[in-house]
Design a protein around this ligand. Structure first.
Ligand code: GDG
Length: 483
């Protein structure tokens, strides 16, 4: 069979995500091309996609452009177009200014606009239609993240033959917060179209299951939800956690390259060879707790518990969602804080904070991880936080201290980190000092344990576990719960 656009409609495995694993780029002279954006998801799914005759459905990153499907590195790429207005309402609006703050425990106030919701429904329909058209009989369709929560139900209605998985990369909030959403029933109905709904933490799966009970009264047993169908039959949906991870071996391989280690040493020298380099790496986002981290660091300098000759903070804040007003404000606040801290505490040749508002190649990130004595992950809420896992994966020298917020999914697994509540500024300061002063033996002991965890649950393991749960979904006996 062929689709209207001439694509062979026979893909056995389809991934649907807001963004494609490739970006459309035009070089300076206007030559168009495609560049892979090597994220963790691509690395994890590439082998499966190649082996299973897979296709990836998503947006190419530019508005008001339509592209024909094409093959890229053995994966069929099926671009879904978005207009500039849809980008504003569905993506920047409903996804990033309604769902994102709501699902991160309303750290910032979510905006609710009916026209954003209408665009969200419309765009979810377009993604679903692309999958409906491209999927072979009985194919596996794996839908990703909060931008596409209505897609599972749309798929099931049109194609009951499909095996449908959904994975939520961000937290799922407690009912008291979730219930603010004017479209709370529609979103849950959308998700329940899947056979397996995956979350980062057991707590997220629990919040989802409770919301299902509160809003619909469906019976749930452990990770199984019994959804009544129109014919009176009960359909079982699995809702449980599958903590995402990274390509740990890939990161370690980069870290072991001599030129990357040389670059790490150079970074140290350039910073004036301080005793301690602290590092933060985040998208510039209010969920990441960048202000809390800088406040604590500033007070340690003010109180003389740290000095700029001995300790310096490098903060990479990669540009993110710059057209959303909350993100513009956050950038201004952070940059004001950096200026104040450097003005108050910096000395010639010894700034308090080196603040970098750019994205870097992965090799440079790894060199920074190697140069950092203390890695600061102080998110106020974070689905997982891959930066924490990347830092650990790179430290084959068994050195370095990970300071990690309890409000990250990663803290469920990385128990040997120095765990902190970032809202508690005094506690955060004490933890930072404890990290700076931690004896070498203890650093090595903790890092070894952390590394074992990240190596054993890497991203290949994550996708295999999810797909196993999905393709064996019918076989899971009722009442099985997970710990
Ligand atoms: C969402 C959830 C969940 C950042 N700056 C640069 C750069 N990065 C890379 C990091 C890391 C990734 O971006 C960020 O991942 P995180 O997990 O830390 O955070 P989110 O972007 O918020 O991701 C999160 C994740 O989805 C996966 O499910 O863990 O909770 O919010 O890989 O290294 N990479 C490069 N240059 C940069 O400047 N190369």
């Amino acid at each position: 069979p062929t689709t209207t656009r001439g694509v062979r409609a026979a893909y056995e495995m389809i991934v649907v995500s807001n963004r494609l694993p490739v970006d459309y780029v035009e070089s300076a002279d206007g030559t168009p091309g495609w560049r892979s954006s090597p994220g963790g998801l691509v690395t994890a799914l590439e082998p499966v996609m190649r082996a299973e005759d897979g296709a990836w459905i998503g947006w190419a990153g530019v508005a008001d452009r339509e592209f024909e499907p094409f093959a890229h590195d053995g994966i069929e790429i099926i671009p879904v177009p978005l207009t500039a207005d849809e980008l504003e309402d569905y993506y920047e609006g409903f996804s990033n200014d309604t769902l994102w703050p709501l699902y991160h425990d309303v750290i910032a106030p979510p905006s609710f606009h009916r026209e954003w919701w209408d665009a969200y429904v419309r765009v979810n329909r377009r993604f679903a239609d692309a999958a409906i058209e491209a999927a072979a009989e009985g194919a596996v369709v794996w839908v990703h993240d909060y931008q596409l929560q209505l897609v599972p139900k749309m798929l099931r209605e049109a194609r009951p033959d499909l095996v449908i998985g959904f994975f939520n990369h961000i937290p799922f909030p407690a009912y008291g917060i979730y219930s603010q959403l004017p479209w709370r029933r529609q979103v849950i109905e959308g998700l329940l179209g899947a056979d397996v709904v995956g979350f980062q933490r057991a707590a997220d799966a629990g919040n989802f299951t409770r919301a299902v009970r509160r809003l619909f009264g469906y019976a749930t047993r452990g990770s199984i939800i019994e959804v009544p169908e129109e014919d009176g039959e009960l359909r079982r949906v699995v809702a449980r956690h599958f903590p995402i991870s990274i390509d740990a071996a890939g990161f370690e391989e980069i870290a072991r390259r001599p030129e990357v280690q040389e670059r790490a040493a150079e970074i140290r020298r350039n910073l004036g060879d301080p005793e301690t380099i602290m590092l933060g790496v985040d998208r510039l986002d209010y969920t990441k707790g960048i202000r809390h981290r800088m406040k604590a660091f500033g007070e340690l300098l003010r109180d003389g518990r740290l000095s700029v000759e001995d300790a310096t903070l490098v903060q990479v804040a990669s540009p993110s969602r710059e057209r959303v007003e909350t993100y513009r404000q956050l950038r201004d606040e952070i940059e004001l804080m950096v200026g104040r801290l450097n003005g108050d505490h910096g000395e010639l040749g010894h700034p308090a904070i080196s603040y970098l508002h750019h994205g870097y190649p992965r090799e440079e990130m790894v060199a920074l991880y190697l140069a950092a004595d203390v890695m600061l992950v102080t998110a106020l809420r974070d689905g997982m936080n891959l930066v924490a896992k990347e830092y650990v994966a790179c430290r084959f020298d068994d050195d370095g201290v990970l300071l990690l917020s309890e409000f990250t999914g990663a803290s469920d697994e990385l128990r040997q980190a120095v765990l902190v509540n970032p809202h508690d500024i005094e506690g955060l300061k004490d933890a930072m000092i404890a990290a700076v002063e931690m004896p070498k033996g203890e650093r090595a002991r903790r890092m070894r344990a952390l590394r074992r965890r990240v190596q054993s649950n890497d991203v290949a393991n994550w996708s295999a576990t999810f797909l196993e749960a999905l393709t064996g979904a019918g076989k899971i006996p009722a009442g099985v719960s997970d710990s």
